[in-house]
Ligand binder design. Structure first.
Ligand code: FE2
Length: 417
């Protein structure tokens, strides 16, 4: 599919929303930024060339940094930004440095009305009539909300929940640079509120007009980020397949195919990040998993992961990976037969629920990322807070195959402390 899709024809001025380019870069002393930027640079240049050739666009580029060191590395790595600034009628480079990790950047912007008034208003004044989201989940979720809020007088706090957005929204193109979130094909945008809760805007208006899956954009992604984002995608597929509500044959098919692609290629990509074929398969698997959970919702893994991300600024995929195995153990008595069906789809000769549990336990343990809550700064004294907040995520807990009490949630956290 190309950018000449019919959905783009009416729009001539596109806002390119680049947020959170560091994708999980939480420690400025570790130079993880260089690699993901390579893919983003390539995408940036290709999109720029395309729009210059075909659309005479206005670009509005928002770049957010987590730390001064990131800012410096980013400027060195991305001269294309300066080209963009020189060649476009309107470019805004937002270099406000905030001492917060990537997902919390969204908190600040949302808390300050950045989406609701500032950015949306500025784009409206610029006459932008389309939005391109390029990046990981935070970037694409931001692009969704920007495309929505520019075209409506509703404010962000008014549309948290299901089906409250009225629209209209601007044309929206999504270009993922990580294989995990599936945000490019889902009707959901997640925002961290000023009270450190993760809230969702769910609306069919948030489906993009076009999603471009280009595995080459993920080539430079470091192993740690590749691992955590891919595990997130696998959680989407597993939770969609085992959800108590809205499970259906279409989401089942999407989830099983997603698991085949993700399971079949993740270790390959971790061993050889330059394997373009396996990278493309991961990206397709992540999109299929996104489509699966857009049709059959996720459950307790995500419900327990959100407080970890909200309070401790742990990337979404890692939050999920930390609690995946203990939640599966907890769910085994209710969902073991469904885990067995997934096992049969990805593990030759295996069909028991325990087979999938063993496989996921081994996979998570082999991934180059943190394995325990204590490794991301969580202490025993934090577990009550996490359990309290997990119980607030009723939107997802109701989907879990086994009822989760507060004591259950606390025990699950404690088991991976
Ligand atoms: Fe997720």
């Amino acid at each position: 599919m190309t950018l000449e899709s019919r959905c783009l024809v009416p729009a001539r001025r596109y806002a390119l929303v680049l947020v959170d380019l560091s994708v999980g870069f939480t420690d400025p002393s570790r130079s993880r930024l260089a690699a993901p930027c390579d893919g983003v640079i390539a995408a940036n240049q290709r999109l720029l060339a395309h729009f210059r050739a075909h659309r005479d666009p206005v670009f509005f580029t928002t770049v957010m940094y987590d730390a001064p060191e990131q800012s410096r590395v980013f400027r060195e790595k991305l001269p294309a930004l300066d080209d963009l600034a020189a060649g476009s009628p309107l470019v805004e480079i937002d270099e406000r440095v905030v001492p917060l990790p990537s997902e919390a950047v969204i908190v600040k912007r949302a808390a300050s009305g950045f989406f609701g008034t500032d950015l949306a208003e500025r784009l409206r004044k610029a006459g932008v009539d389309g939005v391109v989201g390029l990046g990981g989940g935070s970037s694409m979720d931001t692009a969704k909300l920007v495309a929505l809020l520019v075209g409506t007088d509703q404010r962000l706090p008014d549309i948290y929940g299901i089906g409250l957005a009225k629209g209209p929204r601007l044309p929206l193109v999504q270009v993922p640079t990580t294989a995990g979130t599936g945000s490019e094909v889902t009707p959901i945008a997640i925002v961290t509120t000023p009270t450190h809760e993760k809230k969702g805007v769910v609306s069919s208006l948030l489906y993009p007009d076009l999603a471009i899956l280009d595995g080459l954009l993920t080539l430079g992604l470091p192993p740690r980020i590749t691992a955590m984002t891919a595990i997130d995608a696998m959680v989407h597929a597993i939770e969609a397949y085992t959800t108590k509500h809205k499970k259906n044959p279409i989401s089942d098919g999407l989830a099983l195919k997603a698991m085949q692609l993700l399971w079949g290629n993740l270790r390959t990509v971790i061993a050889d990040g330059g394997n373009a074929e396996a990278r493309a398969a991961l990206l397709q698997g992540a999109a299929l998993a996104g489509m699966a959970f857009a049709n059959a919702p996720v459950a307790a893994v995500h419900a327990l992961a959100y407080p970890i991300g909200g309070h401790f600024h742990v990337p979404h995929g890692l939050s999920n990976a930390l609690v995946l195995v203990p939640v599966m153990e907890f769910n085994m008595e209710a969902a073991g037969h469904l885990y067995g069906e997934i096992a049969a789809a990805i593990l030759p000769g295996k069909s028991r629920g325990e087979d999938l549990l063993d496989a996921m336990r081994g996979l998570v343990a082999d991934m180059p990322m943190e394995q325990r809550l204590s490794e991301v700064g969580i202490k025993e004294s934090d577990l009550d807070l996490l359990a309290d907040d997990a119980m607030k995520v009723t939107r997802l807990l109701v989907n879990n195959p086994r009822e989760v009490t507060r004591a259950d949630a606390r025990a699950i956290y404690a088991s991976v402390l």
